[in-house]
Design a protein around this ligand. Structure first.
Ligand SMILES: Nc1ncnc2c1ncn2[C@@H]1O[C@H](COP(=O)(O)OP(=O)(O)O)[C@@H](O)[C@H]1O
Ligand SMILES: [Mg+2]
Length: 315
């Protein structure tokens, strides 16, 4: 046998339940993984954890997103999923890279992948794409990244927020999404930038989406929930363009809003630059609007909205 079974080496205590660090040897290479499994607590808050992780992983693969390989595993009698770490010498969470290097986005070799990620997260209703769920690694002189942790997407998001999939709540991205990785909102300048990624998702044949869901064994996902996730994904796929257009439109705030938040901003320099640009445009009589989202602090999630501002110029 060329693959040894996973061996737990450490336990991480996490808000929604334990994550075990596990190791194995696979074709003579050592692998590290992170094992999560259903518990009474996470079943209550995130629903079908295994299905959320497996389906999101397969969907991400359909659009060539760099996502951690996820596999079903049974370790010490518990059935769950292992998210496999990339065999890189150094792995840093997005937040860590941001702290180490300043604006992480400027160090990526393919920053546009962040846009693909954002659109994907809207599709699957991921409410948890904060800077801890995006792992970066050095590639040449720059950094690549991959996605982890889709426990709070799909059914996980519905359970966490206690809203059915067909509630209008899920078409209001500003409302349900309280996490944006730092720097993303300054990078997105207009809706048009996102269109290729929306189209890419809308072009996925429905049979491929259904196959991604059907790959989850019947013992893990029952018929009713399987049908629910299919309906949810197909509906959101069809409507992704206006959902994101609405997000872009509602990002419009007055210049005054931006000024009001300058004092609360930790990225004052960026904001000052942006204000200068607004003033210059005014002087030159250009019509402009500014996207911004006021910082929000939600006690339940401990989520914060960073001081990112999004510009949109009418053409
Ligand atoms: N594939 C992976 N590569 C690197 N680190 C990972 C991977 N999967 C999980 N981790 C690490 O384990 C932590 C917990 O895993 P995660 O899936 O985010 O669980 P939780 O739902 O508790 O946030 C992550 O914050 C990250 O540090
Ligand atoms: Mg996480």
């Amino acid at each position: 046998m060329t693959t040894k079974s996973w061996r737990p080496v450490r336990k991480l205590v996490r808000k929604l339940g334990p994550v075990w660090v596990v190791r194995r040897t696979h074709h003579n290479h050592k692998q590290t993984g992170y094992f999560k499994f259903p518990t009474r607590r996470n079943r209550k808050y995130v629903g079908n954890l295994i299905a959320n992780e497996l389906i999101s992983y397969r969907l991400a693969k359909l659009i060539d997103l760099n996502v951690a390989n996820v596999e079903l595993a049974k370790i010490r009698g518990r059935r769950g999923v292992v998210s496999i770490a990339r065999p890189a010498r150094h792995l840093y969470s997005w937040n860590r890279l941001h702290r180490m290097k300043g604006s992480a986005i400027h160090h990526l070799d393919h920053p546009e992948q962040l846009l693909r990620t954002f659109v994907f997260d809207v599709w699957i209703c991921n409410v948890d794409r904060h800077g801890g769920n995006l792992i970066t690694f050095p590639r040449g002189k720059r950094y690549g990244f991959y996605l982890i942790d889709h426990g709070l997407a799909l059914d996980g998001a519905l359970k966490w927020r206690k809203r059915p999939w067909n509630s209008s709540y899920w078409t209001n991205v500003w409302r349900y999404n309280r996490h944006y990785v730092r720097g993303l909102l300054s990078y997105v300048r207009n809706y048009r930038q996102l269109v290729p990624y929306i189209k890419q998702i809308q072009r996925i044949p429905s049979r491929d989406i259904e196959a991604a869901i059907d790959a989850v064994p019947a013992s893990i996902l029952d018929y009713e929930n399987r049908q629910k996730i299919k309906k949810m994904l197909l509906y959101r796929q069809r409507n992704l363009d206006w959902i994101i257009k609405k997000w872009a439109k509602e990002g419009n705030k007055s210049v005054r809003d931006v000024q009001k938040h300058v004092s609360e901003s930790s990225e004052t320099e960026t904001v000052q630059k942006q204000q200068q640009r607004v003033k210059q445009n005014k002087r030159h009589g250009k019509k402009h609007q500014v996207f911004s989202k006021p910082p929000r602090h939600n006690k339940q999630d401990h989520s914060t909205f960073g001081a990112d501002y999004l510009y949109y110029y009418y053409s």
